[in-house]
Design a binder for this molecule. Structure first.
Ligand code: SF4
Length: 395
């Protein structure tokens, strides 16, 4: 397969499933975007347009800037076909809160900077950086907007391919800045996380790109098979994928005797069962979506002997103030419970309570959660050297 360049998305695809690379780059197949991707596209568009406008204005935003950015979001969201109505409110909130924080004194070097360049080893790389800001004479911030609900952990930030790609690209585009801070700006949850790459990290990443480039160019399109994995359910190309189709249509799940498995077989089976579980859960979500759509249209899903029907569980709530008014105070302890999340929020504003609460806190442990982690092989000669570990996947 003849590749024109490497992108972080392409590399992530390759590591996940080579068939996804073939779909993305080698066939005229349009990727299917879900509403989570669409809201991300629309928010990015609005923030880019807003920032460009403010770069020209060089002032604090006024009402017209909010209107402009929200209109930009709405237009982009409708253009990409965002269907979930509540996502429109979510998007408007993200854009508004972003504008609330806008600082006109920020020295923005560029927005939505699309790069296409060659590494010193001659590997063509492409990508787009959401925003580049000058921090001081030596340092720039490379900022990428995210609309996810949870932020990456420090471990994930250290290993993130997209951030390594940005770091390398920025080192080539803006060599006058010795330091690059890599930020992910989670606009939905108003959280910024950051990391950086050392010279050694960058060197290793460049070597990694050389190997990836060789692997990419060895791909024989006709021979590539899909690899069922825990992200198949979210794969843009799953409706075209024969491997996914076979997997979804297969009723047989081989249940080999677990107690007789060798450890490596057990670990393989563990990973495979988890991947299949994720793909099936995603399929179940799709089924529910269609069933709910049909139900809203008043259409039954039935055959000669069966019918899909819905039940709706009801949950009853009471306002605490009203309960407190009704019940004798001495009986309240028997029915009221402390909401830990709310108490934590309260303690944030009343830090003097932190220590006394810590003294009376009761910790209970849930059932253990098993995860697989990578373990570097232990060198036999160096008995005293501790084994190093790194998180790989949760099960
Ligand atoms: S659905 Fe899964 S197996 Fe098929 S291309 Fe996508 S990632 Fe690969």
């Amino acid at each position: 397969m003849q590749m024109k360049s490497l992108s972080a998305t392409g590399i992530r695809d390759f590591l996940q499933c080579v068939l996804k690379v073939v779909f993305r780059y080698d066939r005229e197949i349009v990727s299917m975007k879900n509403d989570h991707m669409k809201i991300g596209i629309a928010v990015h568009e609005a923030l880019e347009q807003f920032t460009r406008r403010m770069l020209a204005k060089k002032s604090f935003p006024d009402a017209s800037d909010y209107e402009f950015a929200i209109a930009s979001f709405m237009n982009s969201a409708t253009k990409v076909g965002l269907e979930t109505l509540s996502f429109y409110s979510d998007g408007k909130k993200m854009v508004t809160e972003y504008i609330d924080k806008f600082d006109p004194s920020e020295e923005i070097i560029d927005v939505e900077y699309r790069f296409k360049l060659e590494t010193p080893e001659g590997i063509p790389i492409v990508g787009a950086i959401d925003k580049v800001v000058k921090i001081n004479e030596d340092t720039i911030a490379i900022i990428d907007y995210k609309t996810a609900r949870t932020a990456m952990t420090n471990w994930q930030l250290r290993d993130d391919i997209q951030l390594s790609m940005y770091d390398l690209a920025a080192s080539l585009i803006w060599p006058e800045y010795k330091n690059r801070i890599l930020y992910l700006d989670y606009v939905r949850i108003d959280k910024q996380v950051s990391t950086y790459r050392t010279d050694e990290d960058r060197e290793t990443f460049r070597e990694f790109l050389v190997s990836m480039w060789i692997q990419f160019n060895k791909i024989e399109e006709e021979e590539v098979k899909g690899k069922i994995n825990n992200l198949c359910g979210w794969c843009d190309y799953k409706i075209y994928c024969p491997t996914y189709e076979t997997f979804i249509n297969s009723d047989s799940i081989s249940l080999t005797p677990l107690t007789e498995m060798k450890d490596s077989e057990f670990l393989n089976h563990w990973t495979s069962v988890n991947d299949k579980k994720s793909a099936l859960e995603s399929r179940q979500r799709e089924l529910k979506m269609i069933a709910s759509e049909r139900s809203m249209q008043g259409a039954d899903i039935a055959d000669e002997t069966r019918e899909l029907y819905t039940t709706q569980a009801a949950r009853t709530n009471y306002e605490i103030e009203e309960v407190v008014d009704l019940m004798p105070k001495e009986d309240l302890f028997a029915v009221l419970a402390v909401n830990k999340a709310r108490l934590d929020r309260y303690v944030r504003d009343h830090p003097d309570l932190k220590a006394p609460l810590a003294r009376i806190a009761k910790v209970n442990y849930n059932a253990p959660v098993f995860k697989i982690k990578k373990v570097d092989p232990v060198e036999e000669v160096d008995v005293g050297n501790p084994t190093t570990v790194k998180d790989e996947s949760a099960a």
